[in-house]
Write a protein that binds this ligand. Structure first.
Ligand code: GLC
Length: 662
């Protein structure tokens, strides 16, 4: 049962789309205090586990941490970081008393989950204007499924988006892209997409192509398509201020940009230099911004990634002015003035809340301070694109994922988890985020495989890919000036061919499980405890996941390890995809095991009595021959395969479902 409690005058975020009658008063759990903003306090029992918060730091069990929902562009995801790019305010408290909470509040919200006091959960925010959803159910899983029902169906990408993609910030010319395509095709490492980072644009202007490097863009798109590779360009939130640039001029003329208090267009420095932010909260401006995507669609583009949409601000003219004043004061008298002031001011320049309090949105005739709805910007930028796709080509699916998000955006696109690093700990962080994101509706998810920042090593990329084989978004991406990490750059390329190849052998299975999860508001990734609710040990397993209905995954995330320990809640078949294309299979009884997993092997664990179809694989999605499947797992029983043309939207057509018998 879902109950909604309304406090003050909430902003209508459209996260929840099911009509639920609001109630006044207090829920059955915890204590609400409305004296100084809003707070919800609940005493946790020793064994309570707290799940959720989507894209956030730390564990599958969120206990012991403090998390702040305030979308932030921070590329250093160390253990102490409290805010990442997204705000996903849904948690489930599981224990003697089990219930779910969704706090629909689009500004800064703090979840202190046993951080200040080990036994106390507190959720606080500055203004008591919000909707609090309280969900009762038989189990955490049941609660999640009820929540998913009220927020609407998750985004479904085209099937090619389940292939492998290569990305890197720094590809500048057609030649760079051709080299990548050739590196993959020559080495027979499967590939479906190459991502275009900001350099394809003319001076980082959204919806333009670099005049010299990308002349005849549509021809180039076609040249890649002839090799069965799709180009996926990035779109940034900030629109460059430049006379003669149509997007800028139209936006200014029609007042489609976010404005300062005095009515002037707000200015923020991002990659292109000074920019304006499209007011994507305003339906008219949103439509206009969405329509711009057509420029690229007309060139044959079928997918995009939306970036810098927290929205990221390097600095504002006002911020720079303040810092220069501080510097001047210091330089005038360095003996008496503290150098800390300058250092602090410099550090506070980017993404400052002061800047987020300096501009406004126009929503239904009302002016709303950005800070009050800060967490909705990325959501609405992606909504702009999603609504435009729907208008422009209603029968087709487009690839779309975003960096910043709020619950509700899951209906329009997926997400990638932003600027991680080539650190071993980030493989594990990637794994831990996956089920939490699914709980919040985000099914098409993945991290930058191999790590974005810092230099990757060959073994790290291989181990990370062996996790990426299972994430719906499987993309290798890295930052400019880091070591090249495309699969073909390393020695013994055949290992990469094999690991990425496993994705394609499993693709009909993974796609079917994705579609089952999306079409029935279910989870693709689950914590073990959601499946084995009676096994108390499962609640504490932080490095294994259930995927779909048949398998468990347990990747290696430690350098120089030859394998890992794994916990089996029931008997399972341990299967390794070996580099020669064959399979290693062994039935393991329930309990703890050490399993050996080579750098070039991909392990899965098949649940007792189940089996999955595994095909011959291919070098791109379209070439997979799904009828080449062989059953892997336990003998007997049926598997239901979902198969469609991968691009149109008649999901409900019964002809897509095939019963396979083993
Ligand atoms: C941001 C994105 C990253 C991208 C870079 C340049 O840091 O998160 O993925 O490569 O901007 O566009």
């Amino acid at each position: 049962m879902v109950q909604k409690y309304v406090y003050g005058t909430p902003f209508h975020t459209e996260a929840v789309i099911r009509d639920i009658k609001g109630e006044n008063g207090s829920p059955n759990y915890g204590t609400i205090c409305l004296e100084d903003g809003f707070s919800f306090t609940y005493t946790l029992k020793e064994k309570d586990v707290v799940y959720g918060l989507g894209e956030s730091n730390r564990g599958i069990n969120k206990r012991g941490g403090c998390y702040i929902s305030y979308c932030t562009d921070n590329p250093n995801h160390t253990e102490s970081v409290k805010s990442l790019y997204a705000a996903h305010n849904f948690i489930v408290i599981a224990g003697e008393t089990t219930f779910g909470l969704f706090v629909d509040y689009p500004s800064k919200l703090t979840f202190d989950i046993g951080f200040t006091r080990m036994d106390t959960l507190t959720i606080t925010c500055e203004e008591a204007d919000l909707e609090l959803y309280v969900i009762d159910g038989d189990s955490p899983y049941d609660i999640v499924r009820q929540f998913r029902k009220i927020i609407g169906r998750s985004y479904i990408p085209p099937k090619f988006a389940f292939g492998f993609g290569q990305s890197r910030w720094g590809y500048q010319t057609k030649e760079d892209f051709r080299q990548v395509a050739e590196g993959y095709r020559k080495n027979h490492i499967p590939l479906d997409m190459i991502y275009m980072d900001i350099d394809y644009m003319q001076n980082y202007k959204d919806f333009t192509f670099h005049e010299e490097n990308f002349r005849d863009f549509s021809q180039f798109v076609q040249e890649m398509k002839d090799q069965k590779i799709r180009l996926i360009p990035i779109i940034d939130a900030g629109v460059k201020i430049e006379d003669g640039y149509t997007v800028y001029e139209e936006g200014v003329k029609n007042r489609y940009f976010c404005q300062r208090e005095d009515g002037s267009d707000f200015v923020a420095a991002v990659w292109p230099g000074y920019t304006h932010f499209p007011d994507v909260l305003n339906p008219e401006a949103r439509k206009w911004f969405g329509d711009q995507y057509q420029v690229l669609m007309d060139q044959g583009i079928e997918g995009f990634w939306n970036d810098m949409n927290e929205p990221a601000i390097f600095y504002t003219p006002e911020g720079i002015e303040k810092v220069s004043q501080k510097m001047k004061t210091f330089l005038d008298d360095p003996e008496t003035n503290s150098p800390w002031d300058v250092k602090d001011a410099l550090e506070a320049l980017s993404g400052s809340q002061e800047d987020y309090r300096a501009f406004y949105h126009q929503v239904e005739g009302q002016r709303i301070l950005h800070d009050k709805i800060h967490n909705l910007f990325g959501y609405h930028m992606t909504r702009a694109a999603g609504e435009a796709f729907e208008r422009i080509a209603p029968d087709r699916r487009f690839l779309m994922f975003s960096r910043s998000s709020y619950i509700g955006m899951h209906r329009y696109g997926g997400i990638w988890t932003g600027d991680n690093k080539s650190w071993w700990s980030h493989i594990l962080l990637n794994l831990k985020m996956m089920p939490a994101l699914n709980m919040c509706g985000f099914l098409y998810v993945g991290a930058d495989l191999g790590g974005f920042g810092a230099d990757a090593t060959r073994d790290l990329v291989l181990r990370w890919l062996a996790l990426g084989v299972f994430t719906p978004l499987m993309r290798n991406h890295s930052a400019i000036h880091t070591r090249d990490q495309e699969c073909f750059r390393f020695e013994n390329v055949e290992d990469f061919r094999h690991v990425v190849g496993v994705r394609y052998r499993l693709l009909p299975y993974l796609y079917s499980e994705y579609m089952k999860a999306a079409l029935s508001d279910d989870l693709y990734f689950k914590p073990l405890a959601f499946v084995y609710s009676k096994d108390a040990h499962c609640a504490y397993v932080e490095d294994q996941l259930m995927l779909g209905n048949e398998i468990m995954i347990a990747p290696v995330y430690t350098q120089n390890a030859q394998g890992r320990y794994v916990y089996l809640p029931e008997e399972m078949k341990f299967v390794k995809f070996l580099p020669d294309g064959s399979l290693y299979e062994e039935i393991l009884p329930a309990g703890h095991h050490y399993v050996e997993i080579g750098l070039n092997e991909v392990p899965i664990f098949i649940r007792q009595g189940k089996w999955i179809p595994v095909t011959d694989g291919a070098e791109y999605v379209e070439a997979i021959n799904s009828s080449s499947w062989k059953a892997v797992g336990y003998a007997g029983g049926e598997y239901v395969l979902y198969e469609d043309d991968g691009i149109s939207k008649d999901y409900e057509n019964p002809k897509h479902w095939k019963r396979l018998n083993n």
